[in-house]
Design a protein around this ligand. Structure first.
Ligand code: ATP
Ligand code: FE
Length: 335
């Protein structure tokens, strides 16, 4: 089938066309309005979605070189996310499904991040069940055991901040614009990651916590700035690299525990933070150290995109999992 996927859960408006498991187009309009606020402003996000959605969908159809009439179903993000943002995509998907008279498929955004691994790609071997997925994004940090398409268990989650949120909030302390994650990654390349050390959380079981690292960076900066008001500027590279090392260390530690707990050796990473260069390097090391098979998503499928919504749509279509027009957005939709 040919499916249109629509994603509008946070601050990216995106539309994609998939044919079977092959992506024909994936258009993402990233909202710039939030840059100077240090985070996403929900009211501004829904307004921007409203402006972007029609041109983004048109462009996806145009770029895929298909006509609207060829669309067999419409997949949309039901949640989780910001309710005002979700409502734009949900309403648009419902209206279009009525006017084209094609079925509607609701998609969980976090399942989308994981399912990006099922997108057909000639350059990598397909992922096989069961696998563990470390999903690290702006709002979530989870280790999910994926037994089959619609059989997955969350083995553990974060107790407070998500990994991406930790990158963004600590980046903000260091004076970086939102989203700070990609910038912090880039600046870290020039830094010494062993210059400063921040404590890792001590947690039993598959659990994450990042608010302690954030607080310890805050107190450390306050102390150093008292001695030298230019401390951050003079040491930005080393500070970024040291923070990045700490966050990634915390993630890998729990991923290893999950591997030992379950005995599962197929390991995937997903979500915006899976774009991080240090995380990619460290996860690949599990090949040697733990005899794992590692699956890393293509960069364009890490941060929010509609290709990942379209692939869930395509697989749900195969299993005839449709939804009716009474579907509504759910900000706290669970996988
Ligand atoms: P969720 O998926 O939990 O609803 P989200 O959709 O807002 O949250 P994503 O778009 O998946 O999150 O990811 C965005 C996050 O990824 C941001 O916090 C951003 O800073 C982080 N991120 C993106 N690239 C990198 C990178 N190279 N290094 C570290 N973090 C990164
Ligand atoms: Fe996301």
């Amino acid at each position: 089938p040919i499916i249109l996927g629509i994603e509008s859960s946070c601050d990216d408006t995106s539309a994609a066309i998939i044919h079977g498991r092959k992506i024909l187009s994936n258009i993402v309009a990233t909202q710039k309005v939030h840059e100077n606020y240090g985070g996403v402003v929900p009211e501004l996000a829904s307004r921007a979605h409203q402006q972007n959605i029609v041109p983004v969908v048109h462009q996806a159809i145009y770029k895929a070189n298909i006509s609207k009439k060829q669309i067999d179903a419409i997949a949309f993000t039901k949640g989780p996310g910001l309710v005002g943002s979700l409502l734009v995509g949900t309403s648009f998907a419902k209206s279009l499904s009525m006017s084209l008279d094609v079925p509607l498929i609701e998609v969980n955004h976090m399942q989308g991040h994981i399912f990006a691994h099922f997108i057909e790609d000639a350059n990598r071997s397909p992922i096989t069940f069961p696998f563990l997925c470390l999903t690290v994004s702006g709002g979530h940090t989870q280790i999910v055991q994926v037994n089959n398409y619609f059989d997955m268990i969350i083995l553990g989650e974060t107790l407070d901040d998500a990994a991406g949120e930790a990158f963004d909030k600590i980046g903000k302390l260091l004076g970086l614009n939102y989203p700070a994650g990609p910038l912090l990654d880039k600046i870290s390349q020039e830094g010494n990651e062993n210059k400063y050390s921040f404590p890792l959380p001590k947690l039993n079981g598959i659990k994450f916590s990042f608010s302690g690292i954030k607080t310890s960076v805050l107190y450390f900066l306050q102390k150093e700035i008292k001695k030298n008001s230019n401390f951050i500027n003079e040491n930005l590279n080393d500070l970024c690299a040291s923070v990045q090392k700490t966050i990634i260390k915390a993630l890998i530690k729990k991923l290893k525990e999950a591997i030992h707990l379950t005995g599962i050796k197929n390991i995937a990473i997903a979500g915006g933070v899976s774009a991080n260069s240090k995380l990619r390097t460290e996860v690949l090391k599990l090949k040697e150290s733990d005899h794992c098979k590692i699956f890393i998503p293509k960069l364009e499928y890490t941060t929010d995109n509609a290709a990942m919504i379209a692939i869930v749509g395509s697989i749900k279509f195969e299993h005839q999992k449709f939804t009716d027009l009474s579907a509504s957005a759910n900000a706290r939709y669970k996988i």
